[in-house]
Design a protein around this ligand. Structure first.
Ligand code: TXA
Ligand code: MG
Length: 349
């Protein structure tokens, strides 16, 4: 299949490209597009055949439901009801990186919701995404625009890398600002539960409703007896090709341990990369250092995380070492993605 690529630089001048992409969605095709979290791979959420093409292009397991993207805060057509707290969260955080799980109406096909009675809905804040949804005239089902299991793409080049030749159209725009996927909150239960941490932090959510909890199954190492409530959270994910290991401890010990392990790898003729904060980046004399951002700006670290994992693959390293981050604010989402990318290989020092 030939994939058309169009970069939207100016929403007015490039409107014809957006209209063409919207027409493809309306007609049942698949289009990758930018959002503020990560790039998405979109199709008409109400068209089962169209949605099937997303699963096929990504190689996505059939039991993993898709998030439905909308361009309005009024979602009465899609869900049975919007409980009071869900409405408050929508009013406060939409458009933005928050997905709300609610009981679905029949209009949402089972293919989209992977046979669940609920559906995840989000209104993105990215202008290109919003315009695409508006122009296509239908809600857009969109997972992250990566091949299943790989780190999510935060720019158009990475979408092209994964999906060229597999979908109809790739719309490019600015780099994703948040860099990790949306926070998912299940509002079918009381109190609501965070199923995936993301750009809207637990602290921000609790300002709206202090009893919001977090799914126990996504805290700490995966357990046989505790299945995550978001089906997608059970898979190994965000994984670079190299083996990633997280080093957790105070600064001095972390630096010392990383250098010791790097030395060992190099003696064994292995290539190794170190994902480091700006503050520590000159502490590692050997190995390829990739800077994630300042430890004082975890939003920057989140923004660079997936791209840095992909850079490690470009460098064809065998191993990646990364320091652990505090799990406050967006740090919770960063550590969630890092833990999964590392298959929970965490060395405490
Ligand atoms: O930021 C994002 O949310 C991005 C951009 C493109 O909007 N999308 C995204 O989609 O991350 P995806 O498919 O990569 O992740 C969706 C996650 C999966 O873990 C899935 O299992 C969960 O949402 N999910 C979707 N619907 C659900 C539902 N009804 N109940 C529980 N989990 C659900
Ligand atoms: Mg994904």
């Amino acid at each position: 299949m030939e994939t058309k690529v169009a970069i939207i630089k100016d929403m007015n001048k490039d409107i014809e490209d957006l209209k063409e992409a919207a027409r493809i969605i309306y007609d049942g095709g698949v289009v990758a597009f930018p959002t503020e979290t990560v790039y998405g791979l979109g199709a008409n959420a109400l068209n089962e055949d169209a949605v099937s093409k997303i699963f096929e292009a990504k190689g996505r397991p059939q039991d993993n439901p898709l998030i439905v993207h909308v361009a309005s805060k009024n979602i009465d057509d899609l869900v049975v009801e919007v409980p009071e707290i869900a409405q408050k969260l929508i009013d406060k955080f939409w458009p933005g990186p928050l997905t709300i799980i609610l009981n679905k109406k029949e209009i949402i096909p089972n293919k989209t919701s992977a046979n669940l009675a609920s559906v995840g809905i989000r209104m993105p804040s990215n202008n290109i995404a919003l315009k695409l949804i508006e122009l296509s005239g239908c809600p857009i089902a969109a997972p992250s625009a990566n091949i299943s299991g790989r780190p999510s793409p935060t720019d158009v080049e990475r979408c092209i890398e994964d999906l060229n030749g597999k979908i109809d159209f790739i719309l490019g725009g600015n780099k994703s600002d948040v860099g990790v996927e949306s926070t998912i909150v299940d509002c079918t239960v009381m109190p609501p539960v965070v199923l995936r941490p993301g750009g809207i932090t637990l602290e921000m959510l609790r300002e709206v409703y202090s009893d919001i909890t977090i799914d126990k199954a996504i805290q700490g190492k995966p357990r046989e007896d505790l299945k995550p409530k978001a089906p997608g959270m059970k898979y190994r994910h965000y994984a670079p090709k190299a083996k990633l290991r997280i080093i957790k401890g105070n600064k001095e010990k972390t630096i010392e341990k990383i250098n010791e392990i790097v030395q060992n790898y190099i003696e064994n003729e292995k290539k190794v990369a170190i994902l480091s904060t700006e503050e520590l980046s000159n502490k590692f004399p050997q190995g390829k250092v990739i800077t994630l951002g300042s430890e004082k700006n975890l939003n920057e670290v989140a923004r660079n995380l997936f791209e840095s994992l992909r850079k490690c693959d470009d460098l064809k390293v065998d191993f990646i070492l990364c320091q652990a981050f505090e799990e406050d604010g967006v740090g919770l989402a960063i550590m969630n993605r890092l833990n999964k990318a590392a298959g929970f290989d965490i060395l405490e020092v």
